[in-house]
Design a binder for this molecule. Structure first.
Ligand code: CMC
Length: 392
C-alpha cells in the first residue's frame, strides 16, 4: 500500500473529514458547527449545544423541548446499577468508576446497542446523556460517603446535576443561579474539541463497530491521563504545592524550564493552540465573578495569575508558544463550587460527552470510515532461529 511514514502522535495526519468542530490554533478560533464558542458560551445552554453538535443545527424551541424531555425521562438508573456504583473502594479514582459505569450501562439496554440501527443509536445517545449526569453526581456522593439521591425529571439538566451532587439530607435545594450558569458555561466549553486523544479513541474503537457505550467508555479512559483531561486536577495540585511552600513560584518555574524530573507547568501548552486557548480566555474572564459570588476569594487564583504572568513574558514559553489551556483556570471554579480535585476530570467527561457522541455518529455514517488500523515501521530483530530453553 505504498510508502509508510512514521508520524508519532499523529501531529501531521488527518484521520477523518469532519463537519463538527473548527479550530484555528494560530488565531484562537474555536467554533462548533460554525458558531463561535464565545457566542455559544454567552447565549446557549449545554443541552442546546449537545443538540447542535449531535444533529448539526441549533434546535427550534419544540426540538429542544422534545430533546430535553426525552433526556429527563431517562435520568433514573436501575437500582442494581446504583448498587454497583456503590461497590468501589473509597478513594478509588472517579474516572475509573465513571468509565466502568458507562461500559456497564450497555448491559442494561440491549435494545440500544446495534450501531447500524438509527433508532438504537438515538436511544443510546439519549440514555448516555441522561444517565451520565446521574452517574457523575453519584461518583461525587459516594466519594463523600453520602447517600445517592434520585434525579428530578422536572429540573434542568445542570440544576438537577448540582442538586443531586450537593443537596444535604433534609434540606431544601436552592439553586444558586450563578453557580448553575457557570457550570452550564463550563460544560459548553468542554463539549467538543475535534480529534484530540479521547475523541480519536472514541472513533477508533467505534470503527470496529463496537457499541457507542464501549467507545465513549474508552474515551473516558483516554481523558483520564494528566496530559489530557487529567490536567485540570494536576493544575490544582500544582497550585496547592506552591501555596503550601513546597516550591515558590520562582523555584517551580525554574524546575519547569530546566525540565527537572519532567516537571511541566500544568494547564499550559496545547497541540493545536499556538496562541491563547479561547476557552481559557472565557474561563479566566468568569473566574473572578464566580469566585466573588461564591465568596471564595482564592489565594490559589492569585498564584495561578502569577504563574501566567511570568510564563507569558518568559522566553521559554514564548519561544514554544505555550499559553494557558482550558484546564488552567477551571479547577479553581470547580473547587469554589465544592468539588474535590478528583472530580474535576469527571466534570470534563460530563461536558465532553455530546462531542464524543457526535463524533462517533459522524464516524459511523461516514462512507469513508474504515476500521482504524495504523501501520508501523518494524525495527526489531530480523529473522532468527529459536534457541531451546536449556541452551540460553
Ligand atoms: N510546561 C513546560 N514545557 C512545556 C509544556 C508545559 N506545560 N508543554 C509543552 N512544553 C515544551 C516541551 O517540553 C517541548 O519543549 P522542547 O521543544 O524543548 O522539547 C515543547 O514545549 C513542545 O511540547 P510537546 O510536548 O512536543 O507538545 P505536544 O503538542 O506534544 O503536547 C501537551 C501538548 C498539551 C500534551 C503539552 O503542552 C503538555 O504536556 N501540557 C501540560 C498538560 C496539560 O495542560 N494538558 C492539557 C491540554 S488541553 C486540554 C486537554 O487536552 O485535556
Amino acid at each position: 500500500t505504498g510508502m509508510v511514514t512514521v508520524d508519532p502522535g499523529f501531529t501531521n495526519t488527518a484521520s477523518c473529514e469532519s463537519t463538527i468542530t473548527y479550530i484555528d490554533g494560530a488565531q484562537s478560533i474555536l467554533r462548533y458547527r460554525g458558531y463561535p464558542i464565545e457566542q455559544l458560551a454567552d447565549n446557549s445552554s449545554f443541552l442546546e449545544v449537545a443538540y447542535l453538535l449531535i444533529h448539526g443545527e441549533l434546535p427550534t424551541t419544540d426540538e429542544l423541548e422534545a430533546f430535553t424531555d426525552r433526556i429527563n425521562r431517562h435520568t433514573l438508573v436501575p437500582e442494581a446499577f446504583r448498587t454497583f456504583l456503590g461497590t468501589f473502594p473509597r478513594g478509588g479514582h472517579p474516572m475509573a468508576i465513571m468509565a466502568s459505569a458507562v461500559n456497564a450501562l450497555a448491559t442494561y439496554y440491549p435494545e440500544s446497542l446495534d450501531p447500524h440501527d438509527d433508532d438504537a443509536v438515538e436511544l443510546a445517545t439519549v440514555l448516555i446523556l441522561a444517565k451520565i449526569r446521574t452517574i457523575t453526581s453519584y461518583v461525587h456522593r459516594s466519594m463523600q460517603d453520602e447517600p445517592l439521591l434520585y434525579p428530578d425529571a422536572a429540573r434542568g439538566y445542570v440544576d438537577d446535576f448540582l442538586r443531586m451532587t450537593f443537596q444535604r439530607p433534609y434540606e431544601e435545594w436552592q439553586a444558586n443561579p450563578t453557580l448553575v450558569a457557570a457550570m452550564d458555561k463550563l460544560l459548553i466549553l468542554h463539549a467538543d474539541h475535534e480529534q484530540n486523544c479521547s475523541t480519536s479513541t472514541v472513533r477508533i474503537v467505534g470503527s470496529s463497530n463496537a457499541t457507542l457505550y464501549a467507545s465513549v467508555a474508552a474515551g473516558i479512559n483516554a481523558l483520564s491521563g494528566p496530559s489530557h483531561g487529567g490536567a485540570n486536577e494536576a493544575v490544582l495540585l500544582m497550585l496547592e504545592n506552591i501555596r503550601s511552600g513546597d516550591d515558590s513560584v520562582e523555584t517551580f518555574m525554574k524546575k519547569v524550564k530546566n525540565k527537572e524530573d519532567g516537571v511541566r507547568l500544568m494547564g499550559f501548552g496545547h497541540r493545536v493552540y499556538k496562541s491563547y486557548d479561547p476557552r481559557a480566555a472565557i474561563v479566566k474572564k468568569h473566574a473572578d465573578a464566580v469566585l466573588d459570588e461564591l465568596g471564595a476569594k482564592d489565594e490559589l487564583l492569585e498564584i495561578a495569575r502569577g504563574l501566567e504572568e511570568i510564563a507569558l513574558n518568559d522566553d521559554y514559553f514564548v519561544e514554544r508558544k505555550l499559553y494557558p489551556n482550558v484546564d488552567f483556570y477551571t479547577g479553581l471554579i470547580y473547587k469554589a463550587m465544592g468539588f474535590s480535585p478528583a472530580m474535576f476530570t469527571p466534570l470534563f467527561a460530563l461536558g465532553r460527552m455530546p462531542g464524543w457522541i457526535a463524533q462517533w455518529r459522524e464516524m459511523s455514517k461516514d462512507p469513508q470510515t474504515k476500521i482504524g488500523r495504523p501501520r508501523q515501521i518494524y525495527t526489531g530483530p530480523t529473522e532468527r532461529d529459536y534457541v531451546a530453553l536449556d541452551q540460553r
